[in-house]
Design a protein around this ligand. Structure first.
Ligand code: SAM
Length: 225
């Protein structure tokens, strides 16, 4: 069974995909998708030896090594042209690292039809990368695990214009405005309210920093109200 976070990633993987899961660690995601016959083949990429061994162990335990290739490589370098990969998942990393991995792949002229990304942070950087690199977001979801909120973004090759609000809050998430989405941004508002207090106590209410936090606070309130 997958965690709610990885389950949401799995939900966005197209049926019968030839998948590459980059930074797979225990390979829980490809194992689940292969066991459920949702995908036909998986490339399991890992940059570190320990996680690579974890992935190999899990796949072997489930007798899935015939339908998966485990590769030690950084980012999309794990994928060869002959793999015919059409879908790439990258989950559980910071948004900047995800963008860097995608950028490095672009330089090797590696393009994949579908990307399913789950940045732990800096979601707006990932969305900006997608729209500037000729991907269009086709769906998004947000899940909560304990006190953490995770956004999952599905994109396919295509063109899309995103506003600043779309980049920050997500073009689908900000319209759907689920209870989980509101809770995430409510939590961020509370964090900013504490920052206001600290700045006020330090006599820094009349500063650009203060005004920038105020803008962000007001923007969040407008989106979730
Ligand atoms: N994807 C799994 C998940 O979402 O549960 C595991 C996430 S784990 C926190 C991040 C993994 O990414 C680590 O195992 C790490 O070794 C791997 N990683 C970090 N940078 C990478 C890179 N450039 N290429 C491949 N894997 C990378």
């Amino acid at each position: 069974h997958l965690s709610p976070r990885l389950n949401a990633v799995a939900d966005f993987v197209p049926l019968n995909a030839r998948l590459a899961d980059i930074g797979s660690d225990h390979a829980y995601l490809p194992v689940n998708l292969l066991l459920n016959d949702k995908i036909s083949h998986a490339i399991v990429g890992e940059v570190a030896k320990g996680p690579l061994d974890n992935a190999h162990h899990e796949l072997k335990k489930r007798h899935l090594l015939e339908r998966a290739d485990v590769r030690l490589a950084s980012g999309l370098a794990a994928i060869n042209d002959t793999d015919n990969v059409d879908t790439v998942t990258i989950a559980g990393m910071g948004g900047i690292l995800i963008s860097n991995i995608l950028n490095a792949g672009k330089q090797q002229e590696k393009t994949f039809k579908t990307l399913v990304l789950q940045p732990n942070t800096d979601e707006q950087i990932v969305r900006r990368w997608l729209t500037t690199q000729h991907y269009q977001i086709i769906d998004e979801t947000i899940v909560q695990e304990e006190s953490h909120f995770y956004e999952i973004i599905a994109a396919v090759v295509g063109e899309q214009q995103l506003s600043d609000l779309d980049l920050i809050f997500g073009p689908y998430l900000r319209v759907e405005k689920t209870a989980t989405f509101v809770a995430k941004w409510q939590k961020e508002s509370e964090r900013i309210a504490l920052i206001f207090k600290q700045l006020q106590a330090a006599g820094k209410s009349d500063t650009d920093t203060y005004r920038q936090w105020q803008l962000r606070y007001n923007q969040i309130q407008a989106v979730i109200s």
